[in-house]
Design a protein around this ligand. Structure first.
Ligand code: 7PJ
Length: 278
């Protein structure tokens, strides 16, 4: 499987590691440590050294209950970081839902638009269609402010699948080529702990679709709920989850802990390469 992202053909025959670069003072899992532009750039460079294939730059926190960010604020946070990190030649993704940020980020050198709202905000679909960036469409029930209330599905896998295929269809009708689209079941976005693990367990159900699958579960609270650890102590849970997602067909894993995830993938790939074929 390949993913076409602004002129780059990303080869997903081995799962890619997307490293998270937060430029948000209220981001839950690194507590705003990378809030400033220079810090975010330095963090991105460090993740590249650790073996990140893609950097995902985000200026809006989507944790439950996080404050909304204006377009101007998001642009100020994200664009300088995109410009600086794109200069390294790295594949750059921007975690945004806003039409203006989509347009400016691609102009500044971004290759991927990663939208947890699946291009449903006003103008976002059109803005994305006017670029040639890769697009990640994620499932969320509700909004970041409300998503953990009134969680209800009659058939989780089918409902998430139907939503993702519907959004992929809308994207294609707007002029976004199928080869540019990637799907994400949205671990942690409007799901219970059990539902998040049902999705993870059935990553292969989504991987049979004709789109690459991205999975993001790094440091999320559902991992914490299982291992009984707080956010600063979820490295092993996160790496284990990323490895499971990759083994069940995810083409891209979105992680904070790039070096540790890279080690896990190396052990997996080394083992696969020694497996007797018959
Ligand atoms: C995800 C994301 C995810 C995609 C965030 C966090 C919350 N984008 N952005 N998938 N999560 N595609 O990292 O805890 O799961 S922000």
């Amino acid at each position: 499987m390949k993913w076409l992202c602004a002129g780059r053909q990303l080869d997903l025959s081995e799962p890619l590691i997307m490293g998270i670069v937060n430029v948000t003072p209220d981001s839950f899992s690194d507590g705003g440590r990378y809030a400033g532009t220079p810090e975010a750039i330095a963090h991105g460079l460090e993740l590249l050294e650790q073996g990140a294939d893609i950097l995902d730059i985000g200026g809006e926190s989507t944790r439950p209950g996080a404050a909304e960010v204006t377009e101007q604020e998001e642009l100020e946070r994200v664009i300088p970081v995109v410009e600086a990190l794109a200069k390294t030649g790295a594949v750059i993704s921007v975690d945004t839902s806003k039409a203006g940020v989509i347009r400016e980020a691609v102009k500044a050198g971004a290759h991927i638009i990663n939208d947890v709202r699946a291009l449903q905000e006003p103008g976002a679909l059109e803005a994305a269609a006017q670029t040639n960036a890769g697009i990640c469409l994620m499932h969320m029930q509700g909004t970041p402010a409300t998503m953990q209330k009134n969680i209800a599905y009659s058939d989780l896998l089918q409902e998430v699948e139907r939503f993702l295929l519907d959004r992929a269809q809308c994207a294609q009708s707007a002029g976004i080529a199928r080869e540019r689209i990637c799907l994400d079941y949205g671990f942690g976005f409007g799901k219970t702990v059990d539902q998040n693990f049902e999705l993870l367990a059935n990553t292969d159900y989504f991987a049979r679709l004709p789109y690459p699958i991205l999975v993001g579960l790094s440091r999320k609270s559902s991992l914490g709920a299982v291992v009984g650890r707080d956010v600063s102590d979820r490295l092993i849970a996160s790496v284990t989850g990323a490895l499971i997602a990759a083994q069940r067909g995810a083409g891209i894993v979105r992680v904070h802990d790039v070096a540790a995830t890279r080690d896990a993938f190396k052990i997996w790939h080394m083992t696969v390469s020694k497996t007797h074929k018959d």
